[in-house]
Structures are given as structure tokens and as C-alpha cells.
Design a protein around this ligand. Structure first.
Ligand code: 2P0
Length: 376
């Protein structure tokens, strides 16, 4: 059988239980991330049309604890509790995801899983919960493999495989397994980069960008009308797709260079260009659609004015939604917080904002005795 590296790179029939089927519990806390150069458009299976780069967030994360035990005669099964309540939608999604991984982790076919998961940020925040949720699950599966089979003992290998598995769950999730700054996608001149998994780039980055802040301004709590899955697929026949992918490649190079030199002005120009060009794709696809709201634009206008008048290096980026991420160096925190309190509050929902910053990446969940607690 020919291998497709996009799904079969880690296919390993050896990973089968010998003898008694184990039971146990593993938990990981994994963060969301915000893309600076966007992944928007993909090829099969779950490969990006252009490389993307993101800040891993510190405070916005998913905590997932997975209990595993021998499956009954019906085979692999998943029970999913989200925020303490059984969630059939997540249950189905996770079961399909695990089914798709049976050649990679043959042992999962003989287990039953009870999963407890919770996010510490609101659903409607426009923070990528698929990134934190899928990366947590991927880390747990790799940890289960490492515990039982004594594989993946090298941390680089462990996180690379976790990133690969997370990618199969949700593209942007592969970037969440690393702290600081993550890059996903083959990038000319950067050895180690791949379309199959993300790559940590912080060693070449100016320290100001490793403590950067992201204050997420909540503008609209409603469900968005077009999902990211549909948004990606609308890029397949988009008349501007080729140019967009080319522009993103160029933007990525310019951005990384600016981030290594500590050049805020170029960082500002590229992050805003990337956010607006992704939304321009939405506005010019067939069918076209808009995810920005009037208050998204009100805030962008205010950011432009404030930056000019106050000479403060604050920029915005947008995810696939109406909320605005304000990005700025930690040294400007007070100035930007005053700006938000004095000028932006009238445009925000009752939720206000979420104060976040660049974080160190996922961690295994343990309590004081080294044991984990079941979340939810
Ligand atoms: C990103 N986003 O780079 C881009 C920018 C949102 C805006 O990737 O279909 O949930 O699961 O691979 O990763 C959101 O889409 O899509 C996204 P799938 P995903 O973060």
C-alpha cells in the first residue's frame, strides 16, 4: 500500500497492546493561538496552501482529562463531557477523529475513553477553541503512547508527532503545541519547516516579541454564519487565491525578519495587511460574506488614529470573526489599557475584553501529589 505522508507518516502497526489492556488517566492543558500570517485555504489532507505563523497564547486554554479503559465487545468508544455536561457533538467529532487515527495509534481501537474538557474562555470569544481543544487531545494520545510503549521519549519527537496529530484534527491546532511563536508550512530558507507539522521559531526572535501582549476585544457574541471549514473550502475556486498564497509567503518572510530585528513598524504593517487580506478573501468569494461588524471597523479606525497621535506600536489582527486582537509590546501595556478603557469600551459587548499574552505552550496537568484531577 502506498503511503500518503499527510495521513500516514506515523502509521505503525507495532503499537498494539500485548497482554492485558491498561486503564489510566492523562490530562493536558493546551493554549489557543492567534495567527499573524494566516492559514486560509488548504489542500488534502489538511495541508496548508501557504505557511502561517502564530503567537501561542498564555491564558486562553483548554483543559482536557482523558480516562481510558478496556473497550467492550463493540470496540472503541468515546464519552465526552464539556464543562461537566455530556456533549454529543464533541463526542461524535472526537470518535470520528479517533477512528481516523487507528493506523497511527492501533491501540486506541481496544480502548474506551471518557473525556472531560473545559475552556477558560467564552465560546463566543472568537478565540480558536479547536486549536486548544485538538492540540490537547493530540498531546494526550502521544502521552498515552509514550507511557505504554516507551516511545517518543525525545521531547522534539514527542511534540512533532503531537503537532502532526493536532493538524489532522484542525489545521491551526498544530501550531498550539509549541510556546512562543510557531510556524506551520514548508518555508523556503527555513530548514525543519513542514506542511505536516508546526515548528518553533523563537530562537531567532527579538525578546520583545516573546512577551508581546494580545488583548482580545469582544465585539459580537453571536454564532458566526460561515464556519472556518466552509471559509477554507471557498478558497478552492477563489479568483484571487494564487495571489493571496504568494502574498502570504512574502509576508511571512518579511514578518520573521522584522521580528528578529525587533522592528515594530514592519510587524504592524504585515499583521494588519494579513488580517485585512484574509477578510478581503471572504468578501470576494463566491458566495461572498462578511464576518466583520460595524464595531470591528470602528475599532480599526480608532487604532489607526491612536497609533498616529500617540506614537504607540499597537496593531490589530482578526481571526475568522468580528473580534479584534490588539497586539503590542508589554512595555506599552498601561498606555494601551487606558486607550481601551477610555475609547473602545462603547464598542465592546458586555464581556469586554480578554487580556492575554504570548505563553509558554501546553503543560501536563498534575495536582500537588503528581496525580491529575478530572476537569469539568
Ligand atoms: C489561522 N484560521 O491561521 C486561520 C486564520 C482562522 C483565521 O485556521 O478546517 O479551525 O480545522 O483546519 O484551523 C481556523 O480554521 O480550520 C483558522 P480546519 P481551523 O489560524
Amino acid at each position: 500500500m502506498t503511503r500518503n505522508p499527510s495521513t500516514d507518516l506515523y502509521r505503525n502497526p507495532e503499537l498494539q497492546f500485548r497482554g492485558e489492556i491498561p486503564s489510566g488517566r492523562i490530562g493536558w492543558r493546551s493554549p489557543s493561538n492567534i495567527a499573524l500570517v494566516k492559514y486560509w485555504g488548504k489542500k488534502p489532507v489538511q495541508l496548508p496552501q501557504n505557511p502561517s505563523v502564530s503567537f501561542t497564547l498564555k491564558n486562553s486554554n483548554t483543559e482536557t482529562v482523558l480516562e481510558y479503559m478496556p473497550a467492550d465487545e463493540r470496540g472503541m468508544d468515546v464519552v465526552f463531557y464539556f464543562d461537566g455536561e455530556r456533549n454529543e457533538q464533541f463526542e461524535k467529532k472526537t470518535k470520528n477523529f479517533f477512528d481516523s487515527l487507528k493506523d497511527t495509534f492501533p491501540f486506541i481501537g481496544r480502548l474506551k475513553f471518557v473525556i472531560h474538557s473545559k475552556n477558560n474562555f467564552p465560546h463566543s470569544a472568537g478565540i480558536a477553541s479547536s486549536a486548544s481543544g485538538m492540540s490537547a487531545l493530540a498531546l494526550i494520545l502521544c502521552d498515552l503512547e509514550r507511557n505504554y510503549f516507551n516511545t517518543l521519549t525525545d521531547d522534539d519527537e514527542f511534540f512533532r508527532k503531537a503537532s502532526y496529530i493536532a493538524r489532522l484534527g484542525s489545521g491551526s491546532a498544530c501550531r498550539s503545541v509549541y510556546g512562543g511563536i510557531s510556524l506551520w508550512g514548508d518555508t523556503e530558507g527555513l530548514p525543519g519547516t513542514s506542511d505536516l507539522y508546526a515548528f518553533p521559531v523563537q530562537q531567532d526572535i527579538h525578546p520583545d516579541f516573546l512577551t508581546y501582549r494580545d488583548t482580545i476585544l469582544l465585539i459580537d457574541a453571536g454564532q458566526k454564519k460561515v464556519s472556518s471549514r466552509v471559509g477554507h473550502s471557498l478558497m478552492d475556486k477563489h479568483p484571487f487565491a494564487k495571489q493571496k498564497y504568494k502574498l502570504a509567503r512574502k509576508n511571512l518572510k518579511v514578518l520573521l525578519d522584522a521580528m528578529s530585528r525587533g522592528d515594530f513598524q514592519t510587524f504592524i504593517r504585515i499583521t494588519e495587511l494579513e488580517a485585512l487580506s484574509m477578510h478581503a478573501m471572504m468578501m470576494t468569494s463566491n458566495p461572498y460574506y462578511l464576518l466583520m461588524k460595524p464595531n470591528t471597523l470602528n475599532i480599526i479606525e480608532r487604532v489607526f488614529n491612536f497609533r498616529q497621535k500617540q506614537n504607540t506600536p499597537v496593531s490589530f489582527t482578526l481571526d475568522a470573526g468580528p473580534n479584534v486582537h490588539l497586539l503590542y509590546p508589554a512595555a506599552y501595556r498601561n498606555v494601551v489599557m487606558n486607550f481601551i478603557e477610555n475609547e473602545l469600551m462603547p464598542y465592546l459587548t458586555a464581556g469586554g475584553y480578554i487580556d492575554d499574552e504570548v505563553g509558554n505552550g501546553p503543560e501536563r496537568i498534575k495536582d500537588k501529589n503528581g496525580e491529575i484531577k478530572v476537569g469539568g
